[in-house]
Design a protein around this ligand. Sequence first.
Ligand code: HAM
Length: 418
Amino acid sequence: MKPQAVKGTRDILPDEQAAWQAIITAAETTFGRAGVAKLTPPIFENSEIFTKSVGDSSDLVVQHEMYSFSDRGGRSLTLRPEFTAGVLRAFIEHGFHTKASPVKLWSHGPAFRAENVQRGRYRQFHQINCELLGLDNPLLDAEAIALLITFLQTCGLSDLTVRLGTVGDPGDRAAYNHYLRERLEPRREQLSPTSRERLERNPLRILDSKDPHDQELLKELKRPLDFLNAAAARHFEAVQRYLRDWDIPYLVDPSLVRGLDYYRRTAFEVHHRGIGAQSALGGGGRYDGLVASLGGPPTPGIGWAAGIERLLDATRQEGSLEVPSPGPQLYLVPLDEQAVAEVARLAHRLRRRYHVEYAYQPRKVGRGISDADRRRARYAGLRGSRERARNSYQLKRLASGEQREVAELELGDFLADA
Ligand code: HAM
């Protein structure tokens, strides 16, 4: 049997690398312009970093979605299912709270969740992650959302919908959970099995149910927005004022709940219509209290993550990502045996400054030019006995077919100007 990648994981093939790099470059540009510094945490952490942060009622814990294992010393380690916990662990470990607030950090790389695989939902996927720490000012919430939108626009996307919600403070949430339990307990048998379980652990998550019967039962009921304390309501209003002021369109989604338990107050997601049921390109929210629960000094914060696979899917739907051509500037074609060593030597010299490739065997003119074309080269450089006698190359510009002879010693200057 042919070997195969593990279900829910995939290779990023050579042809896809330029598009991936374009996404990373868009992130570097967006964050660079906003003074967000890069931090690269390890891919695995002590398991308790994640179990303490994501919450007992998150799918990651309830549905055993974390990849955990014991190392040789018997310690429990976990492949990161997300970045936030690791970034906050690093923030605490390196005493970043002593730096001027806000501390703004971004990261990217793979994350791992043992989920049911479908379009847009994989077991190894990749995130661009952003965390803004140290201020409870609603200005930071608006800045986080604006950064996500700017990043997605820099990737060339325009068909974006921002859904904005709030899950309130812990007291509001407890009151809302109490309310949902009171209303839904008598109708428990009518709920879907997942929602029945959520009724025990975290009734708020029932709002997330895709089951039409659940949604019917929820129709008459109040939303977390109706349970906000006065300060949380003012905070939510202020975030919206900033977004309006910056011309960032958004929809208030009174039912927005997130899959992780650490959120307080602001929660948001950005969706794209073209990528199927898993339509969230990115999402995040405020998590005041999380740094303290990991053993750090009380520090408010807000952040988000976007999934690179979903983003690439969306850019394919919109045909919007600008990817620089990966082809060589010059593709050298030896027309006889002796020319093979000559083009190889020239290529190694020119590669100090230019992207140059060559054929490893003698080629006929037509075949050599079509090889160059297939590699998306700008120029084909032909070398045969006639060129050897004049120590030159015949250069053919592939886009126009235009041809000229250039002395070997002048090729470097020619490519610099080409
Ligand atoms: P999340 O909503 O779990 O949030 O994930 C953020 C994004 O990662 C999703 O919108 C999606 O694009 C992508 N994603 C998540 N799971 C998968 C998967 N199985 N396959 C493909 N893509 C996926 C978080 O991870 C939070 N840590 C975000 C955050 C940062 N909140 C505060 N700071």
